[in-house]
Design a protein around this ligand. Structure first.
Ligand code: SF4
Length: 350
């Protein structure tokens, strides 16, 4: 990863959309299922959307905690422009409250009062072009909460042939979801567990809206979608839960949706748990493959076998990886297996 320098420019708060006005004058945010009700001067749970004098504003518009050039495999996306680099950025705040957040220093930072530099959508796309990146990722904190900013960058990117990637929890309202994803080319959705209890206690959110988002993405079929499941020892790594999660994905999204089992490292309010043993990831991968998923990977560990894409028809390796690095690309034209001609699920052409 390389980071890019920032200009120090400040901009006024940007008008936000995705809200309704209540009879008592409060504003109801309709971006995510929390539906925060905001009186004048109040900010939502995510900290970046605020009722300012009866108008909703997005405090994080134009802002970023920094821009970086990452391998697309780090998002993680293994079936979308493999081996390319992606201009990546995030802002501050979050609409979830995950106790294990790996990016808590930005997700729990407050937007107001922070001296974050500002860019225009055109300047962000300029950065991607200058860095030779064929795509831009909205990532590090959940871009749902800064949807207007992500959409404006995506709109500019589309006019210049740059793809966009939305890395998200999928905790979003139906109407907003349709508009946001109409501008995106690919997404990785973090399915944090397969129990409502985990979602309620550990993430302060709910499972059902996330499953709705995943089903909707599969039904629409326009945005390339991969799923991540971070396995935390003793909390969501039960083999039975892994099996139910994988069975649900096969039934509702189809066997071709790539699933990444990712290793947890102690962070923020969850320093009392050990890191995920590699064997747990390997076991989860075996279970998910048993139930019919064709592309299952391990992440945040060195595991070339668990990170290689094989042709689901003949079994030959077509994309060899170690962690986030592509070590060999044996894909044929149009993302096909050179051995048997099978088309591998994904978007492989720049
Ligand atoms: S996006 Fe933010 S303000 Fe809107 S409902 Fe969700 S947490 Fe509340």
């Amino acid at each position: 990863m390389s980071t890019l320098a920032e200009p120090a420019v400040q901009a006024p708060a940007h008008p936000a959309r995705f809200f309704e006005r209540e009879e008592d004058g409060r504003l109801r945010c309709t971006l995510c299922p929390r539906e925060c009700l905001l009186a004048d001067g109040q900010a939502g749970f995510c900290s970046v959307r605020e009722n300012r004098g009866g108008a909703m504003v997005l405090l994080a518009y134009g802002k970023s905690t920094g821009y970086a050039v990452d391998p697309v495999e780090k998002k993680p996306l293994y079936h979308f422009l493999p081996g390319t680099e992606v201009l990546s950025f995030g802002t501050v705040g979050c609409n979830l409250g995950c106790r294990f957040c790996q990016n808590w220093n930005i997700s729990k930072a407050r937007a107001s009062g922070r001296d974050l530099p500002t860019r225009t959508p055109r300047q962000v796309v300029d950065l991607a072009v200058a860095a030779g990146c064929p795509s831009i990722a909205f990532t590090y904190n959940d871009p749902i909460i800064w949807a207007e900013w992500a959409i404006d960058v995506a709109r500019e990117a589309r006019t210049r042939g740059i793809r966009t990637i939305f890395v998200t929890s999928g905790y979003v309202e139906e109407k907003a979801r349709e508009e946001i994803f109409s501008w995106m080319d690919a997404t990785n959705v973090d399915l944090k567990s397969f129990t409502e209890e985990f979602y309620a206690k550990v993430t302060l959110s709910h499972l059902a809206p996330v499953l709705e988002t995943l089903e909707w993405l599969a039904r629409e079929g326009r945005v390339w979608t991969e799923v991540t499941n971070l396995l935390i020892p003793g909390l969501n790594d039960d083999p039975g839960e892994t099996r139910r999660l994988a069975e649900w994905l096969v039934a509702r999204m189809g066997p071709d949706v790539p699933l990444h089992f990712s290793a947890f490292h102690p962070a923020w309010k969850m320093m009392d748990r050990p890191p995920t043993p590699p064997e747990t990831l390997t076991r989860a991968r075996r279970i998910a493959r048993e139930v019919g998923l064709r592309h299952v990977y391990t992440g945040n560990v060195h595991d070339p076998e668990g990170q290689t894409t094989c042709c689901p028809r003949c079994g030959k390796a077509v994309l060899l990886r170690d962690w986030n690095t592509v070590r060999g690309n044996r894909l044929g034209p149009g993302g096909t297996c050179r051995n048997c001609g099978e088309r591998i699920a994904g978007r492989f052409d720049a």
